[in-house]
Design a protein around this ligand. Structure first.
Ligand SMILES: *[C@@H]1O[C@H](CO)[C@@H](O)[C@H](O)[C@H]1NC(C)=O
Ligand SMILES: *[C@@H]1O[C@H](CO)[C@@H](O)[C@H](O)[C@H]1NC(C)=O
Length: 249
């Protein structure tokens, strides 16, 4: 009798805990942020996500490298964060909205930002300059929905792709707060989805892709849920490196 009561009690706890766990995402997490140098103030085109020049200018150049915790082996590429510092006379209340384009570890930092993104932490240009002198700032952050490209997945055929022998894509943008965990390619002959390899960052590749049109399926995850999105439009058989496609989430 006593035992079964305990059993029920623990079951109730588990059920009640879920909403609490999910709400935690709404709170800010304490961390530290720094910045890297670029002559333009924008991002750089060599970021580990593999975005190339797009990684320089996406989100108006307000981009960031993140620590391994947020990098998630490349799954964190393209994620959007609100980051704000807390020095009352210097820091903007809303802080800066950044997109992950790169991986980078600093002195206990989670964010190493482009100069533009870091500047946005300050109330104005004068206080931004003061913040830069700190080098590393205490900040708090939270994951926010990416909205600047709509509720889409946008991907591009990687420049090293070669029709028909080698197929690779760069996932440039994912709307909302989703991480892309896997990308699969439809194998017409075997009648099944087969996983592409995550080459690095947001680059997925596949040697000897099926001939003809290419159909992709994305597995997205958000907190603990996961779901599949099948690209509504197949990539035409005559696909070429550099072409960009998008699909609704
Ligand atoms: C912060 O963002 C809110 C909502 O977008 C806006 O209304 C407010 O003016 C912003 N505050 C500052 C200091 O920029
Ligand atoms: C990017 O940062 C610049 C400079 O700090 C700022 O003026 C601009 O509004 C920001 N753009 C976005 C999309 O956040």
């Amino acid at each position: 009798m006593d035992l079964s009561f305990k059993h029920q009690f623990s079951l109730v706890c588990v059920i009640l805990l879920f909403p609490i766990l999910c709400n935690c995402k709404e709170y800010y997490t304490k961390s530290r942020a720094s910045y890297y140098g670029t002559s333009s103030g924008y991002g750089n085109s060599r970021g580990a996500c593999g975005f190339g020049d797009y990684g320089k200018i996406v989100n108006d150049g307000n981009v960031t490298a993140v620590s391994s915790k947020l990098w998630k082996n490349g799954g964190g590429c393209g994620a959007c964060y609100q980051v704000r510092c807390k020095i009352p006379q210097l820091c903007d209340d809303n802080g800066t909205y950044v997109v992950v384009t790169d991986y980078g570890e600093g002195d206990r930092t989670d964010f190493i930002m482009s100069p533009r993104a870091f500047s946005k932490l300050g109330l104005n240009t004068v206080t931004s300059e003061k913040l830069k002198k700190y080098g590393v700032l205490d900040v708090e952050y939270k994951r926010v929905r990416c909205t600047f490209n709509g509720n889409n997945i946008v991907y591009e055929i990687n420049e090293n792709s070669n029709n028909p022998g080698y197929f690779a894509i760069n996932i440039l943008y994912v709307g909302g707060t989703y991480d892309v965990t896997t990308v699969e390619i439809w194998q017409r002959e075997q009648h099944q989805w087969v996983a592409m390899r995550r080459a690095y960052g947001a680059v997925f590749d596949y040697a000897n892709p099926p001939e003809g049109e290419i159909k992709l399926r994305f597995q997205l995850s958000k907190n603990i849920e996961a779901h599949h999105v099948v690209s509504r439009f197949a990539i035409p058989a005559s696909w070429k490196a550099g072409a960009t496609y998008s699909t609704k989430i």
